[in-house]
Design a protein around this ligand. Structure first.
Ligand SMILES: C[S@@+](CC[C@H](N)C(=O)[O-])C[C@H]1O[C@@H](n2cnc3c(N)ncnc32)[C@H](O)[C@@H]1O
Length: 195
């Protein structure tokens, strides 16, 4: 999940949905001493827990939706982000919200920036009695260069890690994009593709 960032001299990294900080601790384990890890979490209990449990001045936790990331970055005068690590539960989220999160962040990412999104293997959710398939890869493909989608069988339950790079051609902030149908992942260098 955090592997694409491991060898980079990252200055600014966003974490979307840190929860109780499993990924956060991993990231802080290898980010440079002067890096900023800006984490967006909507659950106030998790925010309170993280602020008490992780004492590291590189970590700044914003209590709010990942949708507000672009505004927060502009407010801080940050123009570029090295990496985004998202474990937002996108299968259960409204697709428009997921789209809005990545559309907002895209202008801050260039072709050297990495985006990783974790998703459980099953991308099916139930809307009433109707099973609906939503693969976040279809949204990532709108804004980023696909690298690969790899299954991590060792995770319980098995998960898919989608890896992308910034497009280098930022979408205009606030510009709406047509919703694309599910796009079959393209082959990438990072391993076997998610079927
Ligand atoms: C699947 S959990 C992942 C938690 C943790 N990163 C992990 O891997 O164990 C998703 C997290 O995203 C948070 N979340 C959900 N919607 C969000 C949003 N719009 N913006 C920021 N965080 C959100 C939830 O509160 C939860 O902590």
């Amino acid at each position: 999940m955090v592997e694409p960032l491991r060898w980079k001299s990252a200055e600014v990294v966003l974490e979307l949905g840190p929860g109780t900080g499993a990924m956060t601790r991993e990231l802080l384990g290898f980010l440079p001493q002067d890096a900023l890890l800006l984490a967006f979490e909507v659950n106030p209990d998790f925010v309170r827990y993280l602020r008490g449990a992780i004492d590291d001045e590189r970590l700044q936790i914003v209590e709010g939706s990942a949708e507000t990331a672009a505004g927060e970055l502009r407010r801080r005068g940050i123009e570029r982000v090295d990496g985004v690590v998202s474990s937002l539960g996108t299968t259960l989220m409204d697709e428009m919200l997921v789209d809005s999160v990545f559309r907002g962040i895209a202008p801050f990412l260039d072709e050297n920036s990495t985006i990783t999104q974790y998703q459980y293997l099953s991308s099916v959710r139930w809307e009433g009695v109707r099973p609906v398939n939503f693969n976040v890869r279809s949204v990532l493909d709108r804004y980023f260069q696909a690298v690969g989608s790899n299954i991590v069988w060792r995770n319980i339950p098995p998960a898919v890690v989608h890896e992308c790079l910034g497009s280098g051609a930022p979408a205009a902030a606030g510009e709406s994009q047509p919703l694309a149908p599910y796009a079959r992942p393209r082959a990438g260098p990072a391993g076997a593709d998610f079927p």
